[in-house]
Structure formats: C-alpha cells, structure tokens
Design a protein around this ligand. Structure first.
Ligand code: PNS
Length: 158
C-alpha cells in the first residue's frame, strides 16, 4: 500500500490544492492531507476551521484523510508510517524554496522522499495569499476556491 502525506498551511484551501489532492488520490493508495505550522505565515483561519474546510472538500474521496500536526514534517511523515511527501509546484518561483525544504527534510530523515506534482495550468496563478488579498479588497474569488471554502472566506469578510 503506497501512502503519502500532502502537507501545507491550507489557509485557505484553493482549487490548486484540491487539484493536487484529486490527482494524488488517483495514483496513491492513501493520501493524508496534513495541516502543519508554517512559522513564516500568520494564519487567517484557525486549525479547526482549516480542518473543517479540508474535511468538507475531501469527503468525496474514500482514500484521503485530513489531520493536523504541530512539529517537524519529517517526524509526522514517519509517524504516519510512510516516507513520501507530496508537494505541488506552480512556477519557477516556487522551486527555490521547495528545493530547500526537500533537501532539509531529506537531511533530517534520509528515508523520506519529496515528490513534486506540477500544478494544473488553470490553477498556476492561485495562492492562498493572493486569494485572501483579493477577497479582503472585495474581489470575486468564486472559481478560485471550492464552494464550501468560498462560504467560509466570505463569512470572515463580514
Ligand atoms: O502551504 P505552505 O505554507 O507552503 O506549507 C509549508 C509547510 C507547512 C509544509 C512547512 O512550513 C512545514 O513543513 N512546516 C512544518 C515544520 C517543519 O518541518 N519545518 C522544517 C521544514 S521547512
């Protein structure tokens, strides 16, 4: 059974994240979408809110689970009894940082491999940060996030 962890802050989940979850679930036996802390980011949504949005959008997949972990990604991946991290790559601009993260994670635990999936071209311009910025300024973000997430973002805007 090939299991993998798809980690991120998911603050909020975008259609780009959902596309990676969908495609990963088709090539792997089981995918755990894991919310981890990114010390460089101040989240808009609480961990429970992000768990809720991920559970809502993944309920249709029978081989996808959702969890939160506070700590090092490599420790979580080992605890999940897998050795595969799935990451999405949008553009060259993502590469440098993702490369650094993949190498530090490998240094911390050489048994762990990071596999990158190229974004769907329809989602390549999407990021959680840009969605929060557009929504905060009253722009239309429908079509950029799943409908359940759209409602949760709009609820924050009132
Ligand atoms: O969606 P993001 O913010 O790009 O996800 C980054 C995340 C949460 C995967 C990364 O910050 C992370 O792995 N955090 C857990 C702490 C850790 O293991 N840090 C060392 C590797 S960077």
């Amino acid at each position: 059974m090939i299991k993998a962890v798809y980690p991120g802050s998911f603050d909020p989940v975008t259609n780009g994240h959902l596309d990676i979850i969908n495609r990963a679930s088709k090539i792997l036996d089981y995918v755990t979408v894991a919310i981890l802390e990114n010390p460089r980011k101040q989240p808009m949504f609480t961990v429970n809110e992000r768990l809720e949005m991920l559970k809502r959008i993944t309920c249709e997949f029978d081989n996808v689970g959702v969890e939160y972990y506070h700590g090092l990604l490599v420790d979580y991946v080992s605890a999940r009894q897998t050795s595969i991290i799935i990451k999405g790559l949008r553009a060259i601009s993502d590469f440098e940082f993702e490369f650094q993260m993949a190498l530090i994670n490998r240094k911390l635990n050489p048994k762990i491999e990071t596999l990158f999936m190229m974004t769907n071209d329809r989602c390549s311009f999407l990021s959680s940060s840009i969605i929060k910025e557009v929504a905060g300024l009253g722009g239309d973000i429908s079509g950029m996030v799943p409908p359940q997430v759209y409602d949760m973002i709009m609820a924050k805007m009132v």
